[in-house]
Design a protein around this ligand. Structure first.
Ligand SMILES: *Cc1c(COP(=O)(O)O)cnc(C)c1O
Length: 418
């Protein structure tokens, strides 16, 4: 008999958080208290008693659970089941692109299709976790800057548990995102600036507004939610990793989270020391991490005049730049940018060849893969995973002008000619 659909959300599962740790100095902080950044102004990472976790959980137990994000409960920090705020976060499929793979000469291309999560993007993973922890730790008001998808996910989860949410978007954020955020109950403003300008409004308003800053990496738990992408991917591949992961990188939470997942899985003996090449993908109009990687730098500089159709990765400055760069280097990976023209072409190519409509950020990974193949960075037998992080349906698409007047004779010759 299969377990009830909500089995991962109820009952008493043991939890294993031991403490939090500064990503730069290693200084320890107690768990189960509200934290933003470390005293050094750097992101905090959640640490677990992994030896005890390994005793308590087996791969077989895990395999029998319902296929959602909360099957990984032991790897996550929420203590009390009643604090889990869930909209149903399914395990997302790995969709193969056989025709594209043949055309590019790559062994296998798998797309982790994150567009199927609540609010249509993988931001749901991070915000589901962060809002659940905020509820557990007694937060009643939160704020964040967003290019759209994070704000939508925050709005949805915060409304669901009665937390007040304030959201600030660049003024050219697609209207559908802004409206979606408002409709899901957050208070949303457009700002004449980019995401880091919006972030400043949140930071400087802290005292007056008494809100908790849930910006990317400014609290410890969004990473833990995004970490489930790495746990899921490894499990879906039979506790293996692919040869390369192409990740559309904005703030980098997902890349950092997956890197953390692989390390935790190795520590409990479920993965060996093999790692995928972590490939940081950005758009040419906003590629601070790519530039830092090329320059051999540990930190990235603010990217001036950032612009790209891939709005979700238009992030001129990332707090976790040093962690992204470290993961890319340690993995033997690389950082690569593609221009908007190639992103649009990639979107069309994947959709017309293999029937998968990727968002512009996801399509950026395919455009980058095409470049990487051209540069000889991908082997002919390689298994490559691309991340489609959000639904394309929130973005404007090319217009279709064809029209039929049904009161006139239908011109089937014209229809047949396409
Ligand atoms: C936020 C976002 C990204 C970037 O994710 P990070 O983990 O913050 O780098 C990529 N694609 C989409 C659709 C997004 O919303």
């Amino acid at each position: 008999m299969s377990p009830p659909a909500n089995a991962n959300l109820s009952g008493d599962r043991p939890t294993f958080t031991s403490h939090l740790e500064c990503s730069t100095t290693g200084k320890r902080y107690p768990a189960d208290r509200l934290h933003g950044l470390s005293a050094a102004g750097k992101p905090l990472l959640v640490r677990y008693d992994l030896a005890a976790l390994a005793q308590a959980l087996s791969k077989e137990t895990l395999a029998a659970r319902p296929a959602d994000m909360w099957r990984y409960r032991e790897f996550l920090p929420v203590r009390q089941s009643e604090n889990i705020v869930s909209l149903g976060e399914p395990m997302t499929p790995l969709v193969s692109l056989p025709i594209c793979a043949r055309a590019l000469g790559v062994g296998e291309i798998l797309v982790k299709d994150e567009s199927r999560l609540p609010t249509g993007s993988f931001k749901a993973r991070g915000l589901c976790l962060a809002v659940s922890m905020a509820k557990e730790l007694g937060v009643s008001r939160m704020a964040m800057p967003t290019n759209g998808n994070a704000g939508a996910a925050l709005a949805a989860y915060a409304s669901r548990c009665g937390i007040e949410a304030y959201v600030f978007c660049p003024e050219d954020t697609p209207d559908v995102n802004v409206r979606e955020i408002a409709l899901q109950g957050a208070k949303v403003w457009k700002v004449n600036g980019l995401i880091h300008d919006c972030g400043k409004i949140v930071g400087e308003g802290k005292e007056r507004m008494d809100w908790f800053d849930i910006s990317t990496l400014k609290e410890p738990y969004r990473i833990e939610g995004k970490k489930t992408m790495g746990l899921e991917l490894a499990e879906q591949l039979g506790w293996n990793v692919p040869d390369a992961i192409f990740y559309p990188t904005g703030g980098g939470t997902g890349l950092i989270g997956m890197w953390k997942a692989f390390a935790e899985l190795e520590e409990i003996g479920w993965l060996d020391e093999e790692r995928p090449n972590m490939v940081c993908v950005q758009a040419s109009g906003c590629a601070p991490i790519v530039k830092a990687w090329q320059d051999g730098a540990d930190h990235a500089e603010l990217w001036p005049d950032a612009h790209t159709i891939a709005a979700g990765i238009r992030v001129p400055v990332a707090l976790g730049d040093f962690m992204i760069l470290a993961a890319v280097r340690e993995s033997g990976g690389y950082a690569i940018a593609a221009p908007d023209s190639e992103i649009a072409a990639a979107q069309q190519e994947v959709a017309t060849r293999d029937g998968l409509l990727m968002g512009p950020e996801g399509a950026t990974t395919y455009a980058a893969l095409r470049r990487a193949v051209g540069e000889g960075r991908v082997g002919r037998g390689d298994q490559v995973v691309l991340f489609n992080c959000g639904t394309s349906l929130k973005y404007p698409m090319p217009e279709v002008a064809r029209f039929i007047d049904r009161h006139q004779p239908i011109d089937y010759d014209a229809i047949a000619a396409g």
